[in-house]
Design a protein around this ligand. Structure first.
Ligand SMILES: [Zn+2]
Length: 463
């Protein structure tokens, strides 16, 4: 598509609000407020929102519209640090036999067929469905990694606009790769640059790159250059499967993390997804560079790629779903249980600190260091859980409630940038049934197109 000029309202706040909402201020009254997940801090207070920010945590003044939050937990909104919204219409999709036997075959026979079948309409519906799933689950920001090789130019605006319709915050990027040819690789870099230069109220960008094993030196350098020029980091899959390391060794004679370091990709703005097959020196290199890592335990289990050694240690580890929905309560709970099973023996608040790390990545992207906390001046991204606790809730035992008690079924309200985007369990800005109906029809068309697309022939070295 032709991107065209930026719509003038992309950078503007909401206009007149039928519910009174943030323009008049809003007070969430009487809840148990988790003001921080790392360290865990819990207070009984009203939270007063003015505009897109938290004004006060304490006692709401008279005259501000009030919302009763007694018997609720008021939390910082969750962040999904690695998502693929473009996969949202693949749920239940028939997989043509033979079934994939390994990670590379999963890419060749499933995801690298699906991404080539996406058109503008499917990209939009995928973002709407995936975004709605996330915000209904209490996720206020999605950090997404997008691929649609036959709709590259303008694709990130389609997603940003769809998520803005829902009122969801996002950090977006286009997945640059050489696997679909050099023209599309260049178009991918250009799309990242174009989007990064376009103002959006609720969206920011990174430079997306697929993975070392589908990126030649020139394209990897172009990604690093685009990121440096825009003052952002590269969001890239790293050693998700051993095939990534085998390719780096066979083609370049280095380990993946070293290759990224030499290309200038490794730094405090980088976001590395997975990091399953990394060894001691690489773990140290990642930690020393200050790069963030998105740990996706459900996806890793589903793809049988292994367990990341970074679950323990000093890495800036956040949590992502890698496209398995947007429910970070579910992901963080599974992450905890998997860490226990792996013998990591994580502290009880380990999943909470991982979620706080995701919020810090978002804070970095938006230039909001208080993002992910509930304190005066912080962006007002909050989730209210209708959770009358069956046992006392304190800072010391919140993790126990988190892992063994709460879930997305408790999500009552979600506020993003001061805007009440989910109220009483329903999205306020869109017709959920209409989106589901449109998505189901879109999925039928998408799945039909998929029948005509062969498994992707791209094979890395050393595979
Ligand atoms: Zn991924």
């Amino acid at each position: 598509m032709s991107a065209g000029p930026a719509r003038p309202d992309r950078n503007a706040g909401p206009a007149a609000r039928p519910d009174g909402g943030a323009a008049a201020g809003l007070a969430l009254c009487g809840g148990t407020v988790v003001t921080s997940l790392d360290p865990v801090t819990v207070v009984a207070a009203d939270v007063v929102i003015a505009g897109d920010r938290i004004a006060t945590v304490g006692t709401a003044p008279a005259g501000v519209p009030r919302r009763d939050c007694s018997q609720t937990l008021v939390l910082p909104g969750n962040v999904c640090a690695h998502h693929h919204l473009y996969s949202a219409l693949s749920r239940g999709m028939p997989v043509r036999p033979p079934a994939p036997q390994n990670f590379l075959q999963i890419l060749q026979r499933l995801w690298w067929r699906l991404d080539r079948a996406l058109d503008e309409s499917a990209v939009r519906l995928s973002a709407l469905v995936g975004g709605l799933d996330a915000v209904r689950a209490g996720t206020t920001t999605v950090i997404d990694h997008h691929a649609s090789p036959n709709v590259i130019d303008g694709s990130l605006d389609i997603i940003a606009d769809a998520l803005a319709e829902l009122g969801l915050r996002s950090v977006l990027c286009y997945e640059v790769t050489d696997r679909d040819g050099m023209a599309r690789a260049a178009a991918g870099v250009a799309e990242n640059r174009r989007f990064l230069a376009t103002p959006h109220r609720l969206a920011r960008g990174m430079v997306g790159a697929h993975a070392s094993f589908t990126l030649g030196d020139d394209t990897l350098a172009a990604c690093a250059e685009a990121a440096a020029d825009s003052g952002v980091g590269v969001h890239i899959h790293v050693a998700e499967d051993a095939v990534d390391q085998r390719d780096a060794d066979a083609a370049y004679g280095v380990r993946v993390v070293e290759r990224l370091a030499r290309a200038g990709v490794l730094g405090p703005d980088a976001l590395l997804a997975h990091c399953v097959h990394v060894t001691g020196p690489e773990i140290e290199q990642i930690a020393s560079a200050g790069a963030a890592v998105a740990h996706n335990p459900r996806s890793n289990m589903n793809n049988r790629v292994g367990y990341s050694p970074l679950a323990r240690g000093r890495t800036r580890l956040a949590l992502g779903t890698d496209g398995i929905g947007g429910d970070m309560f579910a992901e963080s709970q599974l992450a905890y249980f998997r860490a226990m099973e792996a013998g990591c023996g994580p502290e009880a608040d380990w999943p909470l600190r991982r979620l706080a790390q995701g919020a810090r990545i978002v804070g970095r992207s938006f230039g909001e260091p208080r993002y992910g906390t509930i304190q005066p001046g912080a962006p007002a991204d909050l989730t209210v859980l209708g959770y009358p606790p069956p046992t006392p809730v304190t800072a010391e035992n919140l993790a126990g409630h988190w892992v063994f008690g709460v879930s997305s079924r408790h999500v009552r309200d979600v506020i993003v940038a001061g805007d009440l985007v989910v109220a009483d369990g329903r999205a306020t800005r869109v017709d959920e049934a209409l989106i589901a109906h449109g998505a189901a029809r879109e999925a039928e068309r998408l799945w039909a197109r998929l029948d005509g697309i062969a498994p992707h022939p791209f094979t890395p070295k050393g595979a």
